[in-house]
Design a protein around this ligand. Structure first.
Ligand code: C2E
Ligand code: CA
Ligand code: CA
Length: 550
């Protein structure tokens, strides 16, 4: 696209040059006629007036040139005026007259005027492409630089730099301090690019460096990560505090990974996103496997949408038991996807894709409605109470009005709220803890149970526990896997049980596969188990049979 713009503006400049030269030739022609009057047909016009019109047109052409491109246009104008100037000088020498002096002063004044105009355009352009807070190049400027560089032959690297959890920093330290941190990071990043590179701020906490191809890409990414990670001292009126910020970095190379601005930006963003997913404070160089992952992700998005529209999803139910007497506690609802060609796609693959888009909300709504509908009869007809557990994405829990939606679904299905349990995970709660807490409180008021899934894999488990009214803690499968041999996993399970007791929650272990794991969990005091050892996920019909048999 930029190539077209460059071509178009070059063409406009060329047209102006040709017009200007035609006007110069007209002046030469008039001069060659001599005399004060020019005869055109039956009419006549004074030579001076004709020259005046031509001069005015020349000024107009030069103004247009500067408007087209304040830099190139000004240079071309100076060259053209230089030619005019030389011709005037020639006339003085040849004809020994001083009249061209008037024209020469005119040329001089025009050049000064054009210089002022060009400077005005330059300043306006600079403001348009400069970020007001950090004085780095802004997104608009970055796109311009990138498009220009994509028209050149030299290889270069693009590094996408995204500050980790910046919203958290802003919320906790205030926006003024947040701005100070951004400015400090901007200065450090600017120092990492030399004269040939560009440091840009392309969004709130997103930066981009465009630099000549580096010999050691990893080392450069580490330089960036370390520069951002260095201590930032915030001094307020009466106190000072040290802040440490981390960043995730993605890197791509032109033209190896892409030859236009759009794909380079997309790939740099993808690499950065990958670094974030890998635990933040990391760098990732774009490669083919990431491209494949991206293609697969878009494929999956299409499949998910189609499956929602055409109802390819179905549900399975995995039984949960009391650990001491193997009595059925209830079932966890797990979604399955079978495409018409018979392919099963694991939720482990499509749920994260749905989480990244907003499709997860549609999936969760589908699961809730279908599970409530399928289980209603069973739950109502059974003498002993049974729990139907449903996984809900953090996106739902952090959405205003979520509890209302659940209430409506319960009413519509005529399902007893006390038999419903909602499993939530602790990830990303920090960003919307207030909304999440309000939703959870409202769900509790309805009588619904709340389980905290994958307990121990997040990083803020304890702080959430004290804030939220949780009924059940689910010890993550990763701790159960090694519990027979790994003393740390066993200690963890034991600690979770103690925490649960203090907080008044019950404890379930998921992914329990054998009797040895079972007996360790029994020893540490776990209340319930879920896992292949006592029951794999079952189809709806099998789950009903299983339930009746128990
Ligand atoms: P999760 O909620 O932690 O679910 C437990 C996963 O462990 C399930 O995998 C289950 O089939 C598997 N599992 C249970 N017991 C055992 C065992 O003894 N051994 C082994 N190897 N695996 C066991 P699944 O069904 O593939 O689900 C994967 C994840 O996908 C779930 O993890 C959950 O995060 C998500 N998911 C599944 N269904 C839904 C859903 O309906 N809505 C949402 N939002 N997420 C879902
Ligand atoms: Ca779960
Ligand atoms: Ca889990």
């Amino acid at each position: 696209m930029n190539k077209n713009i460059v071509k178009k503006s070059s063409l406009k400049i060329l047209i102006c040059i040709v017009l200007y030269i035609i006007l110069v030739m007209c002046t030469l022609f008039i001069d060659s006629k001599g005399g004060m009057i020019i005869h055109i047909g039956k009419g006549s016009i004074a030579n001076n007036s004709f020259n005046g019109v031509i001069n005015a047109l020349q000024v107009l052409i030069c103004v247009i040139l500067v408007c087209i491109d304040y830099k190139k246009g000004f240079i071309v104008s100076c060259v053209l005026y230089g030619i005019t100037f030389a011709l005037m000088f020639r006339t003085i020498i040849r004809l020994h007259v001083l009249t061209p002096f008037v024209g020469m002063s005119h040329v001089f004044i025009s050049i000064v005027t054009l210089a002022i105009l060009s400077r005005f355009f330059w300043q306006r352009d600079k403001a348009l492409i400069t970020d007001a807070l950090t004085q780095l190049i802004n997104r608009r400027g970055m796109l311009r630089v990138l498009s220009q560089k994509c028209c050149e032959k030299d290889t270069f690297d693009i590094v996408y730099v995204d500050i980790d959890d910046f919203k958290f920093i802003n919320d906790n330290l205030g926006h003024e301090n947040g701005d100070y941190i951004l400015k400090t990071i901007a200065k450090r990043l600017a120092l990492l690019v030399d004269d040939k590179g560009f440091a840009c701020r392309i969004g709130g906490d997103e930066f981009m460096l465009i630099v000549p191809a580096k010999d050691d890409k990893k080392a450069f990414m580490n330089e960036i990560i370390n520069a951002v990670a260095a201590k930032i001292e915030i001094v307020n009126d009466d106190s000072s505090r040290d802040i440490y910020v981390t960043t995730s970095v993605g890197m791509v190379r032109y033209p190896e990974h892409g030859n236009d601005a759009d794909s380079l930006l997309k790939y740099a963003d993808l690499a950065m996103f990958h670094a974030k997913k890998e635990g933040k404070n990391k760098g990732q160089i774009f490669d083919d496997s990431l491209a494949k992952e991206m293609i697969r992700k878009s494929e999956l998005e299409v499949i998910i949408k189609e499956s929602l529209d055409k109802d390819y999803f179905f549900l399975v139910y995995q039984p949960q038991f009391e650990i001491n007497n193997k009595k059925l506690r209830g079932f966890e609802t797990l979604i399955r996807l079978k495409t018409p060609d018979g392919n099963m796609i694991s939720p482990g693959e499509f749920i994260p894709v749905a989480e990244d888009s907003n499709l997860i909300t549609r999936i969760d709504e589908y699961v809730m409605k279908r599970a409530l509908r399928e289980f209603k009869k069973l739950v109502k007809n059974r003498k002993e109470s049974i729990v139907l557990s449903i996984n809900m994405s953090t996106k739902d829990i952090c959405m205003t009005g979520f509890s209302k939606k659940v209430e409506e679904a319960l009413l519509e299905a005529d399902f007893p709220p006390e038999c419903l349990e909602i499993e939530i995970t602790e990830y990303c709660f920090a960003h919307a803890i207030d909304i999440a807490a309000a939703n959870i409180e409202a769900l509790k008021k309805l009588g619904i149970k709340i389980a905290l899934d994958d307990f121990g894999t997040g990083f803020a488990s304890l702080s959430y526990l004290t804030k939220l009214p949780i009924d059940l803690l689910k010890i993550d499968k990763s701790f159960v896997d090694n519990i027979e041999t790994d003393i740390k996993s066993r200690d963890f399970a034991s600690a979770v049980v103690s925490i649960g007791r203090v907080q008044g929650c019950e404890i379930i272990s998921e992914g329990v596969e054998n009797e040895n794991q079972l007996s360790v969990l029994q020893e540490v005091g776990c209340d319930f188990v879920q896992g292949y050892v006592w029951g794999k996920p079952l189809s709806y019909e099998k789950a009903i049979e299983f339930c009746n048999a128990n």
